[in-house]
Design a protein. Structure first.
Length: 631
């Protein structure tokens, strides 16, 4: 009997080992397969334009390694028990559902950094909230507690007489500008202008969002003047510099439609620069000891200049004395909203500085129509539609414009349609305080437990799906941006007769390929997507999905069954293709009235609309009852 039981025990142990080994083998990728995240999506199978069909999925198998959970620095601090969660504040409804998403082993590359920085920002915000017993951040007479101002112009001198600092209280937004008036003084053959980000604990220096270094021509005229643009971070050091003039072949890359370097900034070409020992007479001038007159280089020793940095949709631009000189595309983790200071150093006498067009927060105590703008209660069992709006913390004016415009549609005010802003935490403490006040005042903000980097916006797409399925269930879920005008009445009317399941409705791209240009904001390398084409996807300014797709996305991501992808609108197309591959029907409905690059008559959605244009479009609809554009 003992021998029999001992033998049985050995057999049982052997079976356990076999099962454990087989389960490990199932989730490990084949050793001979290349390491490709997109291949993990779909296996090493060819794809076509209209579908990304995977044989293994048809058989019910997983085509990639399922993610597991890992420890992320700062995540525990974000989700630690706190009275603010117990109160069930409306701004944090999605927050508890995001933890597993942020601790996935296959998280987006910037997730760890975004979470760590958010934990610091969250601690600071909680400290500010705890100072008020009623959990409200009331105004005070403290100068630091003032609203974010429209402009700043005062320089505070620091230790070095050649270095100046200008504080930018609440970051930069589109069309913000920084104008500097100065004179190159000859103390050094160069000077620097830097836009600095917020410095975190443990960092020796703040990140440099934009480093602008000007090298003046040498005294003997053998050195050609130039400008170098670059970035610097504590973790990565200096990035790849961009030099003007560039003697390489001209780049086709543009930023907001503007060339990277003014081709007329330096007259001498690469061939001419080989023989500058005897410059021609028209290249020289006697002003301030000599300079490249014919070259039109914008900075000359002893000559005053006015330089203006301004923020576009895609990057920074510099004009000098009214002429465009350089453009610089924003780099990941170094977006304009993160700028906190301007630093000027080197051989430059700075006469004045003015930063204007800065984000301005509302004094909600003075808003007379707060009740009319506050989100109405969602009393219905199921919403007709949830509209999730992507926004950034310091885009105060954009959100207020939407509240006063298309968020006043009857369907929104009645509670049939709910509109919520999905916003990551900001590295600037003042912005977070103002954002918290705004959330309390209007009840339409959902805070995200990560810093609002562009590369993490796909997490917001999942958060919108969570809200529309787990928090306030909706028949349809729409994603849009805070610079878009949405005709809610026309959206609802257009949905009538459309499929209620498996629906993707918007301006759909059926034939598109990854951007392989490393300088592009939308660059995707082969490791992220190894295929020539994307599956069908709808342009991000506005698209609508049905509830069953949203439920699939939430469940699959929380179980680690879908791979994350940093371009949120393309990611939605990829996930919907996965939904289709699991045997579900998908209905792609494209509508060219969703304008993703401006406004056209008879629009359903108009993109790139400033707060002024948003209010103008609403006024035209009320007066003329026609969908006509303002510009």
């Amino acid at each position: 009997m003992k021998k029999w039981s001992g033998g049985l025990l050995i057999v049982v142990l052997a079976m356990i080992l076999v099962f454990r080994y087989s389960s490990i083998v199932k989730i490990e990728p084949p050793t001979q397969a290349p390491k490709q995240s997109a291949a993990e999506f779909f296996g090493n199978h060819p794809t076509t334009n209209d579908s990304v069909i995977v044989d293994s999925e048809k058989k019910g198998e997983k085509p990639y390694k399922k993610s597991h959970f890992v420890e992320v620095d700062g995540l525990d601090d974000l989700f630690a028990s706190h009275d603010i969660f117990k109160e069930g504040l409306r701004a944090l409804l999605v927050w508890p559902h995001m933890r597993t998403l942020l601790s996935r082993s296959d998280a987006l590359p910037e997730t760890a950094k975004g979470v760590k920085e958010a934990s610091v920002a969250w601690k600071d915000l909680l400290s500010a909230i705890d100072k008020d017993k009623a959990s409200k951040l009331n105004k005070s007479d403290n100068e630091e507690d003032k609203n974010c101002p429209f402009s700043v112009s005062t320089f505070d001198k620091i230790e070095s007489r050649y270095e100046n600092i200008l504080d930018i209280p609440c970051g930069l937004i589109d069309d913000s500008s920084i104008s500097l008036v100065g004179i190159p003084n000859g103390h050094s053959r160069s000077f620097q202008i830097q836009l600095l980000g917020s410095q975190l604990l443990g960092e020796s220096e703040p990140p440099i969002v934009l480093h602008y270094n000007v090298s003046l021509p040498g005294d003997n005229m053998t050195q050609e003047p130039f400008v170098v643009q670059n970035t610097w971070t504590h973790e990565l050091g200096w990035g790849k510099e961009e030099r003007c003039p560039s003697h390489r072949s001209p780049s086709n890359l543009k930023v907001d439609g503007l060339v990277l370097c003014n081709e007329q900034a330096v007259r001498s070409s690469s061939e001419e620069s080989l023989n500058v020992s005897r410059p021609s007479r028209d290249m020289l001038t006697n002003v301030s000891g000599g300079a490249y007159e014919g070259s039109n280089f914008p900075f000359v020793e002893g000559n005053p200049f006015t330089a203006t940095f301004w923020v576009g949709l895609e990057g920074f631009h510099l004009t000098v004395n009214g002429r465009h000189e350089t453009s610089f595309a924003c780099r990941e983790k170094l977006e304009p909203w993160s700028v906190s200071k301007v630093r000027v150093a080197g051989g430059l006498d700075l006469l004045s500085a003015l930063a204007k067009g800065l984000p301005v927060s509302e004094d909600h105590d003075l808003v007379v129509d707060v009740e009319h703008l506050r989100a109405p209660p969602t009393s219905k069992r199921r919403l007709l539609m949830l509209v999730g709006v992507f926004s950034t913390g310091n885009n105060f004016e954009r959100r207020m414009a939407l509240r006063r415009a298309w968020m006043q549609y009857k369907a929104v005010r009645s509670g049939d349609v709910a509109v919520r802003f999905f916003i990551g935490l900001h590295k600037n403490s003042q912005v977070n305080i103002e954002l918290w006040r705004e959330a309390e005042a209007y009840g339409d903000i959902q805070l995200m437990p990560f810093v609002d980097y562009y590369s993490l916006i796909s997490l917001k797409t999942i958060a919108i799906s969570i809200f529309g399925t787990k928090i306030h269930p909706a028949k349809y879920i729409m994603k849009t941006d805070d610079d878009a005008f949405v005709r809610i009445d026309e959206v609802i009317s257009s949905l009538k007769g459309k499929p209620t399941k498996g629906l993707l409705y918007g301006l759909i791209s059926f034939e598109s390929s990854p951007d392989r240009d490393k300088g592009s904001k939308w660059f995707i390398d082969n490791r992220e997507w190894p295929y020539a084409m994307y599956p069908p996807w709808a342009h991000g300014p506005g698209y609508i999905i049905s509830r069953d797709i949203a439920k699939f996305i939430v469940r699959s991501h929380q179980e680690g069954d879908l791979k994350l992808f940093k371009l949120e609108d393309v990611a939605m197309g990829i996930w919907i293709q996965q939904f289709k591959n699991r045997g579900q029907e998908v209905n792609y409905v494209t509508d060219d009235r969703f304008y993703n690059a401006g406004c056209e008559a008879n629009y359903i959605l108009a993109h790139y609309q400033s707060p002024r244009l948003v209010l103008c479009l609403w006024e035209k609809l009320q007066k003329e009852h026609e969908a006509v554009c303002c510009e």
